[in-house]
Each structure stands twice: as C-alpha cells, then as structure tokens.
Design a protein around this ligand. Structure first.
Ligand code: GLV
Ligand code: MN
Ligand code: MN
Length: 433
C-alpha cells in the first residue's frame, strides 16, 4: 500500500477548530486509561504494569460499567446488541441521520498492555466530551462503540462483534467455540447479556455514515519517523488456522522410534515445512505459531495429540490466498505415522479504506500542525469489517518501540491526546456533512 512522506507544520488553509482542540483534556483521558488499566491489571516479573481482561468476563463487564457511567454523566445513551457490542449514543440535530461511529475494543490479550483497544474507546468518549465542552453541535448523531471480543484471546477468532454487526457471519457462528476451561461462546455470551439486561437492547447491525477508530500503532514506524499521527490507509489480510496432529501414546523409555506415532515430532516436521512455505526474503509476510498444546502432557509418555495455531498475514490478497490455501497440503505431506486435521477459523482479506475518512484525518492533522504519515496496518482491527458498510478509517498514535501485546506496551499521554484531537476534529467534520 502506498505511503506518503510525513506532513509537518500548519497548512496555510488552516481549517481547524481551536476551541475543540483545546477542549480535549489530556489529563482526563490519561486518568481514565489508568483507571481502566487497573481492571485486570497486573505487574509482570520485570515490573511492567499490564492488563489481562478477557472478553465476556466480570472484568470486561466492570470496565464497560465504568465507560457507561462516564458516558451517562455527559448524557450519552447506552445500548447493547445480541453480540454484546456496547454503544453510547450522542444525539445530533437530525436524529434520523446516519450516525458517525467511533470506538474500538475493551478486551485485552492475556499478557496484554494498557492501551491496545481501550485507547480508541476512551479517545472516542473524550472526543465527544470535547465537542460538547466546545459547544460544537453536530447534525448527525455520534455513536461510541466497544466491540465484543476483538482480541480472540479467550475465544478465537477475534473481531466476532464487528464481524456479526457487519454481516460477515451470522450471530450464532461461534456458539460452540470453547475457551480453555471448556466454556462455550454461547454460554459466556448468554451470561454476559443476562448481567447487562438492565441496558437497553438494540438490533444487531447498522448502516453508519462513517466509522473512524483510533488505536496505538502497535508497530515502530511512527516513533522511528518522529511522527505524531498515522493516517491509516488499509489493513493487511489475516488467516487463522488450528492444526491437530493425532498419534499414539507409548512408553518413552521403551518404544523404539520405528514403532512410534509421536504427535510432537510430527508437529515439528509440519512447522518446519510451513516455515519453508512461508519464507519471504522481503519480510512482508507474517507467519506465527503462537499456541501449542500437547496431550497427555506427561514427560515420560509419547504424545498422542499436538495442536498448534497459525496466524498468517499478508497485504497482497493473491499471496494470502495462494499460501494460505497451501497450508493443509504442506501439513499433510509432513506426516509420517500421524494424522493431521487443519481447520481455518478466521479469514479477513486485505482492505483499502475509501478516501473520505483518511482524507478527513489528514485535513485534521494538517490543520493542527501535526506530523502525519499515511500507512497500512499490520494488525487487524474491527475497522476491517466496516469497509463494506461505510467510509472507514483509523488514526494511529505512536507507541514506545512499537511494542504491543505485552505488558511493557506504552504510549505517551501527549501522543494519545494528539490522536484524540485529530479524532475529535475528524468526527466533527464527518458528523456535520
Ligand atoms: C489484533 O489484536 C491483531 O492480532 O492484529
Ligand atoms: Mn486492538
Ligand atoms: Mn490486540
């Protein structure tokens, strides 16, 4: 995807909204982020404060209740849909106009950081609050959304809430998926909706006027290029698989190699073959085995089951399809005495955002004198699924050394506030068009 050089300095045709920019409260936003970081917060052995807030847990609900309280305090109206997606609506002058939708997710990775996802939700709230404090009225309603299960850490895949909202998959698609304790998605969701039964229900789906999501970059580029804002132009494609190798348990001390059907050894053969399939001298392709399970998991027994996950990403759909479709054959060819079963459980094609939102983000960044660059996202986001529904875009802010999905994930309060100022101005423009 094409990049443009960094923008710097105030444009001669300054069209900013100084009172709106001034109303974004860096300290309030930071205090809210730190407050929410305590819900599921932990300190890792190196002393970093991280977050483990899995979706549809009491911790997730506690965070959502705090958001609702902050929203209600400024007159926003909450509602929840069948997937548990939470909305907070600010009315516009024309209640019938399609809303501008902004937000992100509140769940975290198991060993996650304090900013991934939650920043986009709190930035949306701060932007709406700043609009009110600046006395800026909008024609269109603005809706803040916290999507359910973006991370896929407890129930895979991620982005279930946004996929169902956008009609990528029926609402019951994931009902039988289990977490590591054997709880099904359907059970967890039913329990969650029951716990939130006091919140008005809304129909699943919608047709926003535009969607804009703020997020930390989760990569090193903005920091390395000394930029304040990433104007996101699109998101690379992702495919997720789970591979299960079936063998036979045997005594580790006595069974000759020729008689073994060792699931671990054949998993290693499969992963080695996949590394060859996924080799990319340009280092654009991303291939990750992030979870391995071995059963029965006894050190003196040959394993009869080995399961591993694949996360495979590429910005070019042709590569995503060709190599992704080759995975099953490569795994099967690596088997000797074991069986292999490959299941695909997530398939998001690369998307290019329509120009409307990135252009509005660029205008806002330029008007505010921020250094911004156009860039594609390597991480997936709920925004990926909004593209067929409405003009969509994202605003990235720098994060230290590009680290994310780790407790040491860090973003500077000033960078986050700059992202929110751009978000506020972008929303103001879109909601008055
Ligand atoms: C999102 O969390 C991703 O894995 O890209
Ligand atoms: Mn995220
Ligand atoms: Mn994430």
């Amino acid at each position: 995807m094409p990049d443009t050089p960094a923008l710097a300095g105030l444009a001669p045709d300054f069209v900013g909204a100084p009172n709106l920019v001034g109303a974004v409260d860096e300290a309030r936003q930071w205090a809210r982020l730190m407050d929410l970081a305590e819900i599921g917060g932990f300190t890792d052995p190196a002393g970093h404060r991280g977050v483990n807030r899995a979706c549809l847990t009491p911790l997730d609900r506690a965070a959502r209740r705090k958001l609702i309280a902050w929203g209600e305090a400024i007159g926003l109206k909450p509602s929840v849909d069948a997937l548990g997606n939470l909305f907070l609506r600010a009315e516009g002058e024309d209640a019938k106009a399609a809303p501008v939708l902004t937000g992100s997710h509140m769940d975290s990775q198991p060993n996650g950081g304090r900013f991934d996802g939650i920043y986009g939700v709190i930035a949306g709230l701060e932007a709406i609050e700043a609009l009110r404090e600046a006395g800026i009225r909008t024609r269109r309603p603005i809706e803040l959304v916290a999507w359910t299960n973006e991370e896929g850490g407890r129930f895979a895949p991620g982005c279930m809430g946004s996929m169902a909202y956008a009609g990528f998959a029926p609402a019951d698609t994931w009902d039988t998926i289990t977490d590591k304790d054997g709880i099904t998605w359907a059970q967890a969701l039913a329990e969650h909706l029951q716990a939130e039964r006091d919140i008005p229900v809304r129909a699943l789906g919608g047709k926003p006027f535009a969607y804009v999501e703020a997020h930390i970059e989760q990569g090193p580029r903005l920091e390395a290029e000394d930029c304040d804002i990433g104007i996101v132009t699109g998101i690379q494609g992702s495919r997720w698989y789970v591979v299960e190798i079936g063998g036979k348990t045997d005594h580790a001390g006595t069974t000759p190699l020729a008689l073994r059907r060792d699931a671990v050894q054949e998993m290693l053969r499969a992963i080695t073959a996949l590394n060859t399939l996924m080799h990319d001298p340009k280092d654009v392709l991303r291939f990750t085995v992030g979870r391995v399970e071995v059963l029965p998991g006894s050190s003196n027994t040959v394993a009869d089951t080995a399961r591993f996950t694949i996360d495979f990403r590429h910005p070019d759909n042709a590569v995503l399809q060709a190599r992704g479709n080759a995975i099953t054959g490569v795994v099967q060819a690596a088997m000797r005495g074991c069986t292999a079963n490959v299941t695909e459980r997530f398939h998001a094609v690369p998307v290019q955002f329509q120009p409307e939102v990135p252009d509005a983000v660029e205008r806002a960044a330029r008007a505010q004198g921020l250094r911004a660059l156009r860039m594609a996202s390597g991480a997936f986001h709920d925004a990926q699924f909004m593209v067929p529904l409405c003009p969509t875009g994202m605003i990235f802010t720098p994060c230290r050394a590009g680290v994310s999905h780790h407790p040491s994930e860090h973003a500077e309060p000033g960078h986050l506030a700059a992202g929110t100022r751009v978000l506020a101005q972008t929303i103001a423009e879109l909601a008055n068009s």
